[in-house]
Write a protein that binds this ligand. Structure first.
Ligand code: HEM
Length: 434
């Protein structure tokens, strides 16, 4: 466990290499099972999902996310998931394409003014961009002035979530330990942002409210009991969840994409040629995406090598079997996208960045759970279509105009917290391509 805590990514792969497809780590009375085959992950996420529930990892997120979708389960979760789901349908998300590309235009304007010898932290830039997009799309608000506050406090919250998830003894949040104080302070700085969004929206007459997530939540009713609306606390938890889950993950996916393209400039040039042939320099729309398949393959391949959510885990509510292995009640099962996406049994030459792996027909026999950046089963990411359309439009908008070059010798090290981000940021020079 000591080695695991020091280097979870390396240790995850090392342990599977030594012990095989199911690695059992006893930690006191707790049993942790690392599931290293796609069928095993499918088992606990889909086939026997009813036997498993939220692990301590999700409970450690509750002080910030409350009972939002990500951190809740059971009938209450299902009812809210059904309420929110329609807003994330691909057709509906496609209508926001102008929101995505307008935010990109703001970013390209900023980059165009940057002196060629002045690097910019692309990881931070992507956080600002995706935060602006989620603010516009979900809350019809310009949150750009708040992105620094959110960036710093969210980072603290994520460090503390990880610490809390792996702590043997979880002291109540009201105890003033240094870790609790840091976590509580970050929450105190983040929650009022969401509460203000809700308060401002309530001040608008119902028939004049914009058609977005916040209006949907304010007007939604319990399908079983139409007199019941969501409580203020439920609305706040859902909004915080979407605000956090809906920008940090995509920002990381984009940061790794720019890093990989900087290491593989020929793939960037291929992408530019595809964009030029289809768009001839104009702003892309969601309707263009089927004609720009390489942009999708680049994002998918980037999330293969650097999955923003690098592992998913669950706790067994009852005795179970995964393949030939017995899983005791109370045991933790872990499926790591980081490990699975780098396993050469499913991904030949796994460390090579090769978007063509995702060409239809290239390897259609690969198991569905050899690749699971968005999870699977009923708790699968609700924002998958949103994230893919957003990521492709960001990629296309920026790659047409710029190439990013990593500052020489900058150490690029993945930092495995709740999500996988570059530990020391990504300072890059911006090269204009027009
Ligand atoms: C590249 C970007 C993204 C990645 C890789 C990603 C990944 C994931 C994964 C793996 C899960 C499942 C977690 C589990 O089973 O324990 C998840 C859940 C979730 N994601 Fe995403 N996500 C992304 C973008 C988004 C966006 C854009 C939104 C919203 C706008 C979003 C909202 C959510 C929510 C609310 C959940 C919880 C769903 C539930 O439990 O019902 N995600 N995401």
């Amino acid at each position: 466990m000591r080695r695991f805590r020091a280097d979870p990514l390396g240790e995850m792969i090392r342990l599977h290499n030594i012990w095989g497809d199911m690695v059992r780590i006893p930690v006191g009375s707790l049993q942790i099972n690392l599931a290293g085959r796609p069928e095993f992950v499918q088992d606990f996420l889909v086939t026997n999902a009813q036997k498993y529930g939220m692990s301590p990892r999700y409970k450690a997120m509750k002080p910030l996310l409350g009972n939002g979708l990500l951190t809740s389960e059971g009938p209450g979760w299902l009812s809210r998931r059904r309420t929110i789901q329609p807003i994330f349908k691909r057709d509906r998300v496609s209508n926001w394409d102008h929101v995505f590309t307008e935010a990109c235009e703001h970013t390209t304007g900023r980059l165009a003014k940057l002196p060629a010898d002045q690097p910019i932290d692309v990881a931070k830039l992507m956080m600002e961009l995706t935060f602006a997009i989620i603010g516009r799309a979900m809350f019809s608000s310009d949150l750009s002035t708040l992105s620094d506050v959110v960036y710093t406090n969210l980072e603290t919250a994520m460090v503390e979530m990880k610490r809390r998830a792996s702590a043997r003894i979880k002291l109540p949040m009201r105890w003033p330990t240094p870790a609790n104080q840091r976590y509580n302070k970050s929450i105190r700085n983040l929650i009022p942002i969401v509460e203000k969004l809700i308060k401002d929206r309530r001040a608008i007459p119902e028939n004049q409210r914009p058609d977005d997530l916040l209006t949907l939540l304010l007007s939604s009713r319990d399908p079983e009991n139409p007199d019941i609306t969501l409580t203020d606390e439920q609305i706040r938890d859902e909004c915080t969840t979407i605000l956090v889950a809906g920008h940090e993950t995509t920002a990381n996916a984009m940061s790794w994409t720019w890093y990989l393209l900087s290491q593989n400039p020929d793939q960037g040039n291929r992408l530019r040629e595809e964009c030029k042939a289809v768009l001839q320099g104009r702003t892309p729309t969601a309707k263009d995406l089927p004609s720009l398949p390489l942009s999708e393959k680049v994002i998918l391949e980037s999330m293969r090598l650097f999955p923003p959510v690098w592992f998913i885990n669950r706790i067994a509510h009852e005795e179970s079997e995964i393949g030939p292995y017995h899983i005791g009640k109370g045991a933790i099962v872990v499926g790591s996208a980081w490990k699975m996406h780098r396993d050469e049994r499913w991904w030949p030459n796994p460390l090579q960045f090769n978007p063509d792996r995702f060409t239809t027909g290239h390897d259609d026999n690969r198991h569905r759970f050899a690749y699971f950046p968005f999870g699977g089963g009923q708790k699968k990411c609700i924002g998958q279509s949103f994230a893919m359309i957003e990521a492709q439009l960001i990629l296309i908008s920026l790659v047409q105009k710029f190439a990013f070059e990593l500052v020489p010798d900058h150490p690029v090290v993945p930092r495995p917290l709740v999500t996988l981000s570059p530990a020391h940021g990504l300072p890059m020079y911006v090269k204009t391509m027009e």
